[in-house]
Design a protein around this ligand. Structure first.
Ligand SMILES: [Mn+2]
Length: 501
């Protein structure tokens, strides 16, 4: 690893390593080992979650290092700015804790880009990467700024990793307390005349850090330019490594099993809130940290409200329930939708609309190759939906092709899918016009939604809303459905419902 400028700064500082390491002993359990506590699970403290060499479950220090190298490589390669620029400084702040009300925090979720490059889970931290124009091989020096050890705070909030712990955990080159950030930036700015600052200043994720970055490096314009690192970051995140694919598969497996349990739990007059609670429970009991998003649990005609998350109504006999839910497992999201009859049996019109949706979904899954972009798949979905809806008499046979497409859009107002990964709507800066590539994961989620007051449609279909959604891994050959174990054929669903206790 080439050392760029941190050595000299390191010699100026006198804080790192002087914090007293807190140990706990398990002697009252007859275990004599003492170990260091960290601000997040580690192989020493949580061997059931983290293997030796991993920073977060399934992702090793080497893989995190590789991600930083690839980011640097991409930046050096793509930078087309001022010629005289020699150095690259990357800054990724973490999330901070948000509060519902005084002293009561929301469950903490780490900023995704920060997590992707560091694996560090504490709030109010910051990753800084230094490289220069010769770093075509990705060589860099990485620094984590982390909250300082503070026994009085740790008494309330639990242990912090501190600077020494951050290095031990993540394998970054150096670590400082967040209090030292201003001084560090000032020093860097003093030492480097022309450099590119890679920082997303348009969407700051941490107000306090943002202020210090503005103060120390953005105000005096000593550097030559500011570039947004987000696009490069998303390009990397879009292509999943083998370890990430395994985590995505496990996340989808957990959600699939939880869906089956939730189907079995449903019966006429069940409250949507109870199906939500059941899904949440079944995901967490299998190891997921939480649901990846507030789920849609919509009985009957409420399925026609695409983002229905109120989930507080009673589902009556004869109605379908549409559930759009997924979990987050060690930072990786699943996102499934299934629609099933709360009574256990589909009615004839429900069956017709359901099978039409399912045929479109399966045809779209087959097209998930490098020949198509998400937008092109969307167009294919509309063509297929138009055909199915015409066949059912919902779209008039004599309509022109343009009218049919327009009507297909009316009955399915949302897109065919989105990129999926650490975020549910993953890598948001990636265009839906880009061709799919092997190792991307996307969702395929066509739907048919017939409003109850849509008098253009024959009465038996009115009020029915259906969506079927799976998580698809693009490969060099046929696409792989990561959520294939979640039943979606009518016979399978009715079979599960028939086996209810
Ligand atoms: Mn989705």
């Amino acid at each position: 690893m080439r050392n760029i400028s941190s050595k000299s700064f390191l010699s100026l500082r006198h804080i790192v390593g002087c914090c007293k390491v807190s140990c706990i002993t398990l002697s009252h359990w007859g275990i004599t080992t003492s170990f260091r506590r960290f601000g997040q699970p580690a192989s020493q403290t949580h061997p059931h979650l983290i293997a030796e060499g991993e920073v977060t479950p399934g992702i090793t220090r080497a893989e995190y290092h590789q991600r930083r190298c690839k980011l640097v490589q991409a930046a050096v390669k793509t930078f087309r700015g001022v010629k005289s620029v020699k150095d690259h400084l990357f800054i990724f702040p973490s999330s901070t804790t948000s509060y519902m009300t005084n002293d009561i925090p929301y469950p903490f979720r780490q900023n995704t880009d920060f997590l992707y490059f560091s694996g560090f889970l504490e709030p109010d931290s910051l990753l800084l990467i230094e490289a220069n124009h010769k770093s075509v091989d990705g060589a860099h020096v990485s620094h984590l700024f982390v909250p300082r050890r503070d026994p009085s705070r740790e008494l309330w909030d639990g242990p912090r990793s501190g600077t020494d712990g951050a290095i031990k955990l993540t394998g970054v080159d150096a670590s400082f307390t967040t209090g030292e950030l201003g001084k560090y930036l000032q020093y860097y700015n003093h030492q480097h005349k022309d450099y590119v600052l890679w920082y997303n200043h348009g969407r700051p994720v941490h107000a306090d850090f943002h202020h210090r970055i503005l103060e120390q490096v953005m105000k005096d314009q000593k550097h030559k330019c500011v570039e947004n690192p987000t696009m490069n970051c998303h390009k990397l995140r879009a292509l999943k490594s083998p370890a990430e694919v395994q985590l995505m598969q496990r996340s989808a497996d957990i959600a699939s099993e939880a869906f089956m349990e939730t189907m079995k739990f449903s019966r006429p007059m069940v409250n949507e809130a109870h199906l939500w609670a059941k899904m949440d429970f079944e995901c967490r009991i299998r190891g997921a940290e939480f649901l990846a998003y507030p789920p849609v649990v919509a009985g009957g005609t409420r399925a026609n409200i695409i983002h229905y998350i109120t989930n507080n109504q009673v589902i009556v006999d004869g109605d379908l329930v549409l559930m759009d839910a997924g979990c987050e497992l060690h930072g990786y999201a699943s996102d499934l939708t299934r629609t099933w009859p709360v009574s256990g049996k589909f009615t004839k019109p429900q069956k017709e609309l359901y099978n039409a949706t399912l045929r479109v979904q399966e045809a779209c899954i087959k097209l998930c190759t490098n020949q198509y972009s998400l937008d092109e798949l969307f167009h294919e979905m509309l063509l297929l939906l138009a055909e199915e809806l015409t066949h059912l008499g919902i779209i008039a046979a004599e309509s022109s092709p343009e009218e049919k497409l327009q009507l297909a859009r009316k009955f399915c107002p949302h897109h065919v899918g989105h990129y999926l990964g650490m975020d549910v709507h993953d890598t948001s800066t990636m265009s839906r016009k880009a061709k799919l590539k092997p190792n991307m994961v996307i969702t395929i989620e066509p739907g048919i939604y017939i409003r109850e007051d849509d008098f253009t449609v024959s009465p038996e279909y009115r009020g029915i809303g259906i969506r079927v959604e799976d998580n698809i891994l693009i490969t060099d050959s046929a696409p792989l459905n990561l959520s294939a174990s979640c039943p979606k054929e009518i016979e399978e669903i009715e079979g599960i419902m028939a086996a209810r206790a």
